[in-house]
Design a protein around this ligand. Structure first.
Ligand SMILES: C[S@@+](CC[C@H](N)C(=O)[O-])C[C@H]1O[C@@H](n2cnc3c(N)ncnc32)[C@H](O)[C@@H]1O
Length: 230
């Protein structure tokens, strides 16, 4: 399977971002501009849509943020029951509001701290740009739980920075630290996964998997990991 290297086109990015406009013209436009620029610059969502296209199992999006994945899937015509969870209660409220605004009826959102609680689920799982914020022990528990959630035909799709000593890895960490300082992130980065450790985990679980770059034209060290039962 080849990985998308382009972000969504600018018309689609604007269309999705419209769901995040403030209710009143003088309101806060942060989420609108964040969504528009994230969608328009990062190949993340096309890469995840490519991985999930053709699947039908319900999707659990761990650390969903504003729920942009639910919007990207719908815009791509990929209809999956979707539940997003995130520890940031304010983001979850905004995610619910935006999804309701554009009639994403199959999307549900809940506040969950994944360092302490792992939701029940059976189906596909997405973990996008989240693992580095979860402490190492909890990260290992979360990955094992995500593997156990996979039903036949379902996929585990992860995007993550990897701890590989490259300048891309240093830039990724610096920007994650900066996002924490700005207050956009409610957690600082702790531990970026190691590719060999991920491979060993998937092989021990008997999964088929692929690990490929998913950074497009961004300066970050982001990789897409797709795993499924053989
Ligand atoms: C960089 S954002 C990615 C958001 C979303 N996955 C996406 O790609 O659009 C990382 C998200 O992880 C969430 N997060 C960090 N620590 C978490 C935890 N312990 N439990 C649940 N979510 C967490 C943050 O609140 C944030 O929304």
């Amino acid at each position: 399977m080849s990985v998308a290297t382009r972000p969504v086109d600018s018309a689609r990015a604007r269309g999705i971002a419209d769901a995040f406009r403030p209710a009143r013209p003088w309101g806060n436009y942060w989420d609108y501009f964040y969504s528009r620029s994230k969608l328009g610059s990062d190949p993340l969502y096309p890469g995840v849509c490519d991985a999930l296209r053709g699947t039908s199992a319900p999707l659990l999006d761990l650390g969903c943020g504003l729920g942009l994945l639910a919007h990207a899937l719908a815009a791509d015509g990929i209809a999956l029951p979707y539940r997003g969870v995130d520890s940031d209660d304010a983001k979850i409220r905004r995610a619910k509001r935006a999804a309701a605004r554009v009639g994403l009826d199959g999307a549900a959102f809940d506040t969950v701290d994944l360092a302490r609680v792992i939701p029940e689920h059976r189906g596909s799982v997405a973990i996008l740009d989240v693992l580095q914020f979860i402490p190492p022990d909890a990260q290992a528990r979360l990955l094992d739980a995500a593997v156990a959630m996979l039903s036949p035909g379902a996929k585990l799709v992860i995007r993550t920075g990897l701890d590989d000593g490259t300048s891309r890895a240093r830039i990724t960490r610096a920007v994650d630290v900066f996002s924490r300082v700005l207050g956009w992130m409610n957690a600082a980065p702790r531990y970026y996964p190691d590719a060999d450790a991920l491979r060993a985990r998937f092989e021990a679980a008997g999964l088929a998997y692929e690990i490929e770059p998913l950074y497009g034209n961004t300066p970050f060290n982001n990789w897409r990991v797709v795993a499924e039962r053989r």
